[in-house]
Design a protein around this ligand. Structure first.
Ligand SMILES: *Cc1c(COP(=O)(O)O)cnc(C)c1O
Length: 388
């Protein structure tokens, strides 16, 4: 029998949210009013001045042919200028920046660009699943290092055995963090860089949430550290900052060997980002940034409201300092899948069980702040009805 998927597809972990999806469909079918706090996708529209640029650029025949593989130089220069201004990081737009079809695309292609079969990658637990699955796709091995609540969800580097760190080729970090909301300071990054230098590791930094913060100072870039450029690649996405998840535009920035390797893979896989979308992305980065401050204020208000609901339900959780995720510890030893099931069945609230992000996510539940304040107020009321 040859009509079957490859082993790498068959070996994919079971889809953990199938049970939740089924319950959700059943709830919708019986007419229950569902409030979905499950998906990490902004509910707000893309700012109008960005959409307008796409409208005009879509009509320009220049963009009707294949775009350049690396991204238009002006698009990469916009990312370079943004990094210079926001982070004080100097980049060469031609060799140290690549335009991506969303950062998921770039992150997913990184193992193909730098991991040989048997190479080991250090991946956080809990985490965005893409780091691990795509490492396994190319025959790489994964060691999951812990992010613990009592350590502000920073990497437990001491918990990694020395022989593992020495054998590893790359460490993946993601701050501000999905799903935990954890934030790393420059001092935290220094500790990670020192570790990477000690063990000669590549650092892959996923910076998707750098602008979604509620407290000063703004989250730094890993590339700000002296010496980071020698071994690091960072992924910066327009998706969350400008409500552009549907547009698919992001950047890979950093070490030119790493950026170059990713670029070579992409040359053989895709043909770049639609030029009109790149034009819109340039405007997002260079235009009026008041939309970003509005976005922060919106989520901050939602977050503060949500805290009340969690208290009402008896959950003790600190307000996240960044991201639109609230990662709450579930009391009384209830497992996260059962708890998510109860929230949905009893109150029509969809949330993501922590175990879906890795075994150390067990005992937690993730709420995304992607409904308006009126709906969050409704969530707060419903949560008061739940007795844990
Ligand atoms: C949303 C998200 C991204 C961004 O993905 P895009 O492909 O750029 O839309 C990257 N990393 C994490 C952890 C995310 O949650």
């Amino acid at each position: 029998m040859k009509i079957e998927p490859a082993d790498r597809v068959k070996d994919l972990p079971p889809y953990l949210f199938a049970a939740i999806d089924k319950m959700k469909s059943a709830a919708v079918a019986r007419g229950q009013d569902i409030i979905d706090l499950g998906v990490g996708d902004p509910d707000l529209p893309t700012p109008e001045h960005i959409i307008e640029v796409l409208r005009v650029a879509a009509g320009d025949p220049v963009h009707h042919q294949y775009p350049s593989y690396q991204g238009m130089l002006r698009s990469r220069e916009a990312a370079r200028d943004f990094y210079a201004e926001r982070f004080g990081v100097a980049l060469n737009a031609e060799t140290q920046a690549l335009t991506l079809i969303g950062s998921k695309e770039g992150i997913a292609h990184m193992p193909l660009a730098i991991i040989n079969p048997g190479d080991l990658v250090l991946v956080p637990d809990p985490a965005y699943p893409v780091y691990e699955t795509t490492t396994r796709f190319v025959g790489g091995e994964v060691f999951r290092y812990g992010l613990q609540a009592d350590n502000q969800f920073l990497p437990d580097l001491e918990g990694i055995p020395a022989e593992v760190s020495d054998r590893a080729k790359m460490i993946v970090i993601n701050y501000p963090n999905n799903p935990t909301g954890g934030v790393a300071t420059l001092e935290d990054y220094e500790r990670i860089l020192a570790f990477a230098q000690r063990h000669d590791l590549i650092v892959l930094s996923d910076l998707a949430y750098s602008e979604m913060f509620y407290e000063d100072p703004p989250p730094p870039s890993f590339l700000e550290l002296p010496g980071a450029m020698e071994r690091s690649i960072e992924f910066y996405s327009l998706s969350k900052t400008y409500n552009m998840t549907g547009w698919r535009v992001a950047y890979a920035l950093g070490n030119e060997v790493l950026v170059g390797a990713l670029g070579k893979i992409k040359t053989n896989v895709d043909s770049g980002v639609f030029g009109a979308v790149q034009e819109a992305g340039i405007t997002a980065l260079q235009g009026d940034q008041s939309c970003v401050e509005e976005m922060r204020q919106t989520y901050r208000r939602r977050r503060d409201l949500m805290m009340e609901g969690l208290k009402g339900m008896g959950l003790d959780v600190l307000p996240p300092r960044a991201t639109f995720y609230v990662f709450a510890r579930i009391p009384n030893g209830i497992d996260s899948l059962s708890f998510a099931g109860r929230l949905l069945e009893e109150q029509g609230i969809v949330a993501t069980p922590g175990v879906g992000f890795g075994e150390r996510g067990e005992g937690f539940i993730r709420f995304t702040l992607t409904v308006d304040e009126q709906r969050i107020a409704e969530v707060v009321e419903r949560m008061k009805q739940i007795n844990i």
